[in-house]
Ligand binder design. Sequence first.
Ligand code: PA5
Length: 479
Amino acid sequence: MGYKTIAWRKSMRVTLDYNNMTSAVLGEKGISPKQLSAYRSRAAKAWQYVQKNRGKDELYMGWTELPYNQNEIVKDIIETAKNIRSKFQNFVVLGIGGSALGPTMAFNALCHLHYNDLPRNKRRGPKFFVEDNVDPVRMHDLLDVINPAKTCFNVISKSGATSETMAQYLIILDQLKKAGVDVQNNVIFTTDANKGNLKKISDEYGGIKSYVLPDGVGGRFSELCPVGLLPAAVCGIDVKALLAGAEYMDRLCRTNRSMYKNPALMCATLQVIAMEQGKNLHVMMPYSDNLKYLSDWYCQLWAESLGKNVTLDGEPCNVGQTPVKALGVTDQHSQVQLYTEGPFDKVVTFLSLKKYAQTMPIPHGCENIPDVAFLGGHTMEELIQAENAATAFALTKAGRMNYTLWIPELNAFTLGQLLFLFELQTAYAGAMLNVNTFNQPGVEEGKRLRLLCLEKRATKKRKKNSTLTPQTIPLISFD
Ligand code: PA5
């Protein structure tokens, strides 16, 4: 990978086209130069806030330094991944939320779309699974297709107290015991350095191979630390290129306080303006099956970071923008009708590839049916790109805000750029909205209530505490 040459890096730069957000294109439905300019100082302050607090663990901003401070860890990860590739038939991530969405996204983005179905010699590593639910059917069915003794399990949990992940761990532990396998051989933890249950469990076993989820890195900002890097390296993804892409985007944004030169700051500003004009939905629409799960990863990042009910000054608020995932062209045949003609409450972000990994020529045929025959001689790449352009045009024609992030081609370097762009965009937007981007009290509350419900005494407590008692609605029977 030539990510070290300046010319190559330049040719791989992700770019932003926000014309379709502006009044120059959308008329009165768009953002005028004057409106944009009115947000300049707020945007610059947000940039300053992020700059000033970079790397501060106490503010959960340690993620900004991940492209720079992991040389030793990356070496270890690459070595460990090599061993895993040679030793195991399967690699299973057990985790949820920030501990699962990143590994799923990178695997899907950079590996063959039918990776697990390829013969071993055509795969770059063991079969790959991410288990991020406690649906019993899913766990049962996983155990039907893997031999636990020949599987490496990467348990990812910062707290080690997330009941979903720990329930999965207990099941796997039991399976390994039944198979007569030492846990230390088949399990790797990714967790907090000093606290948490996985640390305790590791100590009890006299040490289980563990990677550190750094203090200042929250779950949804963790893809570029061992949470994401180990699974990616196991699948043969060039993790150094991923980090180099992140660094490339970071350098571009950290050195440009002006939103006109800083794509993450411009995206954040456009979204905040749109939000404040009542655009409460943000549709992430990649035109690439490889990027389908990037939307899931992004949805968590945007939703958990910005959906807050109190400002940094302690004032009550209810802010945030609901992220929606869509896939081009698939969702042209389901959601785009709504986007084009429904309420003016959305901004659509297109992720568009200039070049796909395959072109796939469409052969000539059905010559007597003009509606079909015209396709012959084109390629699927041309078709998907034409459909992407047509959807953007249709939305624009209907006065709908949309912008495009252009990706020269999908590789580890460009994916790293995208991830960092979205992380910075989220941090800038949070600062502009004056909320704590890096906490998740709503998620923590959900975890606490789940535990309550599991305990037997929860029933009693629910009766005492009316806010926890669901309303009883009589069932209507149609017998
Ligand atoms: O973004 C977050 O912080 C959450 O989605 C967490 O990643 C998720 O709840 C899992 O937590 P933990 O890593 O403690 O198991």
